[in-house]
Ligand binder design. Structure first.
Ligand SMILES: [Zn+2]
Ligand SMILES: [Zn+2]
Length: 254
């Protein structure tokens, strides 16, 4: 693999892992030689090496320590002695999304770490927008888990099985949020067409195990896009409630 020289900017996934370490070491700032700093440095380097990045400075212990200091600048508890300017908008967003939710932070960080360690995170082109639809945003849980979500719900085998299951039970494929029916609207051309959305929390995705049909929801293309269009992503129930509140849910309200 060609060696890439420039150190890539820290991604949202990496900053989530750094915030997880920040919460663990808070109040007792680690030295560069601290094994926890070394462990994060190793994890991040193995991720980037898999993307074709090499280099002694890539995510070395000093870089990890610097990132902890950057995060401290966002911490109201340390507002008096913030050494570094809080300039990075990704750090600020991650802080806002996770700093006050330790459980979600830990689950998400564990899932990202697991995705990296298990090798599932290889070749996801984190620096490119190609992996995401231009109308979609990366999930709060970061790029790795976002990509894993999309890979799962675009798996031909599982999508086919889900559609067959619903067809057998309901006789037609309709959007679970708005009741749209492609066959009804587009005739033969829409026959059998619908999208699958994976409903499991992203932090559960890194776990081994196959997708269950019950983990998938059938959605029309519009509703699926709307779920992924902004952070945080919506659940199918939340999207349905939103449609209800707009009074536009397929005219099915009595
Ligand atoms: Zn829909
Ligand atoms: Zn989806």
């Amino acid at each position: 693999m060609a060696e890439k020289k420039r150190n890539p900017p820290w991604t949202r996934d990496e900053i989530i892992l750094a915030l997880d370490l920040y919460r663990q070491v808070e109040g007792a700032w680690p030295r560069e030689s601290d094994p926890r700093v070394a462990a994060l440095s190793d994890t991040l380097n193995s991720f980037w090496r898999a993307q074709g990045h090499e280099g002694a400075t890539l995510r070395n212990a000093n870089g990890v320590k610097m990132k902890l200091m950057n995060l401290r600048a966002h911490d109201p508890a340390h507002a008096d002695k913030a050494g570094l300017k809080a300039g990075n908008h990704i750090e600020r967003e991650v802080w806002t999304d996770f700093a006050d939710d330790p459980r979600h932070l830990k689950e998400t960080a564990d899932a990202i770490r697991q995705a990296i360690v298990s090798g599932k995170a290889i070749h996801i082109e984190v620096e490119s927008d190609e992996v995401l639809d231009p109308n979609e945003v990366e999930a709060p849980e970061g790029r790795l888990l976002t990509v894993m979500h999309h890979r799962r719900e675009r798996s031909r085998k599982i999508v086919k099985a889900k559609k067959q299951d619903v067809l057998k039970k309901a006789g037609r494929l309709t959007c679970e949020a708005c009741s749209f029916d492609f066959a009804e609207r587009y005739g033969a051309r829409g026959d059998g067409f619908i999208e699958c959305h994976h409903t499991k929390p992203l932090a559960d995705l890194a776990e081994a195990g196959n997708t269950r049909l019950a983990d998938l929801a059938l959605l029309c293309a519009n509703c699926h896009r709307m779920i992924h269009a902004k952070r945080p992503w919506l659940s199918v129930d939340e999207l349905r409630a939103l449609l209800d509140s707009q009074g536009k849910n397929g005219g099915e309200t009595l």
